[in-house]
Design a protein around this ligand. Structure first.
Ligand SMILES: [Zn+2]
Length: 985
């Protein structure tokens, strides 16, 4: 079938309603290459003899048929007693076998015929079924199957899929092919065409009987007839086809003669590519179909093909005569064996017309590019057995057409076309599976190609390669090294493929065919006589892949990520005197290294690295080494919580030069803060954690189950209770009494927030007498500013539903004050109580504070002073937050790195500055600019904005970027700095 864009979309509607129910009844042929197509059913159809008298009653759609169909069959099992066949909504008058009546029952689209006596394989039975009725269209309005009667002069059929049963009894599945003779009786003014050879037409009493015989086995979804009162016809000749006759509308004859002019040339060309045309006749019939349909020997062309002169559609449908029609797929999951080949036929027709450059141009532009840019789903489904709504999609057309294109590259033209011809010759007029094709390729090439079809048909997606060139003298020659990484999504496999590598040198081009193995990283070595200028992978576009050539990498690029301390006590925190194992992941983003030595030192005297030296085997491009299997023992000698800075000095083993010194930050000491994740499964804790990390606080997150399951609150200097978007059941009565005891009897400190906290708790004693707050309605204001000296400079933007911005005021108790107010009316937004204990309740969710918006402060700018107030401790001394102003411009390496999908870039400004942060991919494309023009865009990059003096962070979100190296560049006033970061998905 050739589908228009509209049909792809509409086909997805068809599915769930019409055929989904049938799918699970069908046998699976997967990995059964030797299966006999007919053995999965109790009988095998040999021939259908259909006589149909068709009375048009009123348009649209109202037809009456009277019919006699003979089903010639042979049993596939011993003692066959009941013959089941498909038939939809007909009145069956009789079923006979050799003149003897049979019992029958038509239920759920299945006609069950009880034979007078059991029969065995080898017997040939002819069941004669007389029936009549008003044939229905089934399916959706968009794509229905059955007999169409759209206008007074046009009747045609469309049977793909499961449509023939709407007018004839049959075994309506693709694997049971049979010959068919159709005797179609219409009022005499109609011209009728059907599959196969025209035998005769005889007229009597105002009726004409048209007889067509399809003498080659055919699947039922290809059965068709078309009739029109004013069809005009014209004929063509080809040495490969006995008879070519087309049926078109009289007003379209000129168009049709033009667009179909080259049909004989196409038949000749495809006979050369695939093997001789497999049938005796061919023709096209114009219909109002919205696509086109490869009915065997008589293709239905939508009017748009004729008037729009779509010769390529004609080529596609003609290609189906070899693949789809003569060689039929064995079952629906193998759809690609029909549509992939027909789509590839389009490229071959272009090759015939314009040579290999036209062929490549067509594959790149019309086949590969549409598939690659198709964003229909993620991760990609395999081409084999896609979900039914994708069975006529780029998965089964364009993707497998590129698989054939790549196979041609792997085999070379001779072996490729020999393989295709062998496959065609073996399975024409039968059915085949992917493994039958793989076997044909193996027979011809002498090599096992199962891996190829496994990878490209039974797995989804395609590889993304990143590579670069490095070279060095080797004796009198030059050793070219090409590190290659596969950076496609983790859900996808690593791919194996051959590919051409073009090596450019002084005006010459050397083409080397390399084999890329199914490995995440590898290095290809090629010995050259001359130094290369540059290289390029697969410039012709043989391979279905993404490819990025990395430039200017001249040294190893090492990164540290995922730092972690596995403490002896096992609570996740390094307590005073406790030993632990420090590990991190070392990644090489650049040239391969030799064996490495890593020396780890701590910049904090309270944390001792007990064994500082570790050895790492050589890291090639993108290799990672995880120290968790051989970690660095460390010991903590302090009791206080703090973040400790480590330096990992990496050098080549054997006294080589230092390659890099990596900085790693980790928290140590008992956690000072408890973060209670009580948001009913939401993710509000993430924003809290990010803010706490950014201000270098040591905290422990606990998922709330029940107040008794929490660790003793007195172990912490403060509790942050996050209720997120929960509107009810924020703090239970038990929670309230636990917190009241902790606060009033233990001088505790509590930060409480959540969208529902104020309305849910406002009538409780806890709210009035512990938090010392009172509620006063809600406000739509999205902006909050500091009202208390603690946060006097603060200016926050709030996401979320304004209905959840609750007004909360202090109750007048000494020590209770307004902390934040909604702008501009100065309505209370947060209340702090500073007495024997400390509390702060906020009238909106902390997680709803905007981050990295140039107009506003960040969430941690609110959290930092509150935590200083709670703990009396200002956090890590080395990184003061909003205390001492920086004395110089500074931009820090992003953290974490590698990252997925967010990372934070910090910078310090000595004076207020106009700041611009840009992010580029490795080819210099600005990946942030197009999306960062508005503040708060999803990548969080303000285009350019004023920042006050101090230390700031911007979070970069690469969620819609692919894995790879990115460069960030910060411009602040006269100062510019940049760094590399790695997105690893
Ligand atoms: Zn097709």
């Amino acid at each position: 079938m050739r589908r228009t864009i509209a049909i792809i979309f509409l086909a997805s509607l068809l599915v769930s309603q019409v055929v989904a129910g049938d799918r699970h009844h069908k046998p699976s042929f997967q990995h059964h290459p030797a299966i006999d197509a007919d053995s999965v059913h109790t009988w095998n159809a040999l021939h259908y003899e259909v006589q149909l008298q068709l009375t048009p009653i009123s348009v649209p759609h109202n037809l009456f048929i009277e019919a006699v169909t003979e089903v010639h069959l042979t049993p596939e099992i011993e003692n066959l007693e009941v013959v089941d066949m498909s038939l939809h909504n007909m009145d069956v008058a009789s079923v006979t076998l050799e003149g003897v009546g049979c019992a029958y029952d038509l239920t759920n689209d299945t006609l069950y015929v009880t034979l007078p006596q059991p029969h065995n394989p080898g017997d040939t039975l002819i069941l004669v079924i007389e029936y009549s009725g008003y044939p229905e269209l089934t399916g959706t309005m968009a794509w229905q199957v059955g007999i169409y009667y759209p206008s007074a002069n046009m009747i045609y059929t469309h049977a793909d899929a499961w449509g023939a049963r709407n007018w004839m009894p049959c075994w309506d599945e693709p694997w049971d092919k049979a010959t068919i003779r159709q005797k179609l009786i219409f009022p005499s003014e109609w011209t009728v065409v059907a599959n196969g050879t025209f035998e005769d037409s005889t007229s009597a009493g105002g009726w004409t009987r048209w007889t067509y015989y399809m003498n080659y086995p055919m699947t039922t979804y290809l059965i068709s007839f078309n009739a029109r009162t004013d069809y005009v016809t014209f004929e063509q000749t080809s040495p490969y086809c006995d008879y070519i006759r087309h049926f078109v509308y009289p007003g379209h004859l000129g168009y049709a003669q033009n667009v179909l002019e080259r049909v004989p040339e196409m038949i000749d060309a495809f006979s050369g590519f695939f093997g001789d045309y497999p049938f005796d006749t061919f023709g096209c019939a114009e219909t109002p179909l919205s696509g086109a349909m490869e009915n065997q020997t008589i293709v239905n062309l939508g009017e748009w093909v004729i008037t729009g002169q779509s010769e390529i559609t004609v080529a596609h449908e003609l290609g189906h005569m070899w693949f789809g029609d003569a060689v039929s797929y064995i079952d629906w999951p193998e759809m690609w064996l029909s549509e992939g080949f027909a789509t590839y036929s389009e490229a071959l027709w272009n090759q015939h017309l314009g040579g290999m450059s036209a062929y490549h141009q067509y594959v790149l532009t019309n086949i590969k590019a549409p598939y690659v840019s198709w964003q229909g789903f993620n991760p990609p489904y395999p081409t084999y057995d896609p979900p039914w709504e994708l069975i006529w999609s780029l998965l089964t057309y364009e993707k497998p057409a590129t698989v054939l294109h790549m196979l041609r590259f792997h085999l070379g033209d001779d072996l490729f076309f020999q393989s295709i011809q062998t496959y065609f010759d073996l399975y024409k007029h039968g059915n085949a599976s992917t493994w039958d094709l793989a076997a044909a390729v193996q027979d011809v090439s002498g090599e096992d190609y199962d891996w190829y079809f496994d990878q490209w048909i039974f797995e989804g997606g395609y590889p993304q390669f990143e590579y670069f060139a490095a070279w060095e003298p080797e004796g009198d020659d030059i050793l070219l090294r090409v590190p290659i990484a596969q950076v496609q999504d983790d859900e996808l496999i690593d791919f194996r493929t051959d590919a051409e590598l073009y090596i450019y040198s002084g005006g010459n081009t050397l083409i080397d065919t390399i084999t890329i193995e199914a490995l995440p990283t590898q290095e290809i070595e090629i010995l050259l006589t001359d130094e290369p200028d540059s290289i390029e992978l697969d410039p012709v576009g043989w391979i279905l892949c993404g490819k990025t050539r990395l430039e200017s990498i001249t040294e190893p690029i090492l990164e540290a990520s995922d730092p972690f301390i596995d403490d002896q006590g096992g609570n996740g925190f390094l307590n005073s005197g406790e030993l632990g194992d420090l590990s991190f992941v070392l990644t090489n983003l650049g040239l391969p290294t030799g064996d490495l030595t890593v020396e780890l030192t701590s910049t904090d005297p309270t944390l001792t690295v007990l064994e500082a030296t570790r050895y790492v085997p050589a890291l090639s491009f993108y290799d990672q080494y995880d120290f968790s299997s051989d970690p660095f023992p460390v010991q903590y000698n302090s009791s206080g919580p703090r973040w400790v800075e480590f330096h990992a000095e990496v050098s080549e083993q054997g006294g080589g030069a230092v390659i890099d010194t990596l900085v790693i930050w980790l928290p140590a000491g008992a956690p000072e803060l408890l973060l209670v994740d009580d948001d009913g499964g939401g993710s509000s804790e993430v924003e809290h954690q990010l803010a706490l990390d950014n201000i270098r606080r040591v905290y422990q997150t606990v998922e709330y189950v029940h107040p008794d399951s929490l660790p003793p609150l007195t172990d912490y200097s403060g509790v942050i209770w996050a209720c997120g978007e929960e509107l009810t059941n924020t703090l239970t009565a038990d929670d309230q009494s636990l917190l009241q005891d902790y606060l009033q009897n233990q001088s505790g400190a509590l930060l409480l927030s959540g969208r529902g906290v104020v309305p849910d708790l406002q009538s409780t004693d806890f709210f009035a007498y512990v938090l010392h707050a009172q509620a006063n309605g809600a406000t739509a204001s999205p902006v909050v500013e500091g009202a208390d000296p603690l946060v006097s400079e603060l200016y926050l933007g709030i996401w979320g539903d304004a209905a959840n911005n609750d007004i909360v005021e202090p109750d007048g108790t000494v020590g209770a004050d307004t902390l934040l107010v909604y702008f501009p009316l100065s309505q209370g937004c947060a209340v702090k109580y500073d007495g024997d204990y400390k509390t702060c309740v906020i009238g909106f969710g902390f997680e709803d504070i905007k981050r990295d918006d140039p107009l506003y402060d960040n969430p941690e700018d609110l959290l930092a002073p509150l935590m200083v107030w709670f703990t009396g401790y200002t956090g890590v001394q080395e990184e003061p937050v909003r205390s001492v102003l920086p004395t110089e411009y500074l931009i820090c390496q992003n953290y974490p790195n590698p990252f997925n999908p967010t990372t934070v870039i910090s910078f310090s400004l000595p004076v207020a500055s106009l700041v611009k942060l840009e992010v580029f991919d490795i080819n210099g494309r600005n990946v942030g600019a197009s999306l960062c023009a508005c503040p708060g865009s999803h990548r969080g990059l303000p285009l350019q904005s004023w920042h006050p003096p101090g230390t700031h962070q911007i979070t970069f979100n690469g969620s819609d970027l692919s894995s790879g190296i990115y460069i960030y560049r910060l411009t602040a006033g006269e100062f510019t700095a940049s760094g590399k970061m790695l997105l690893l998905k």
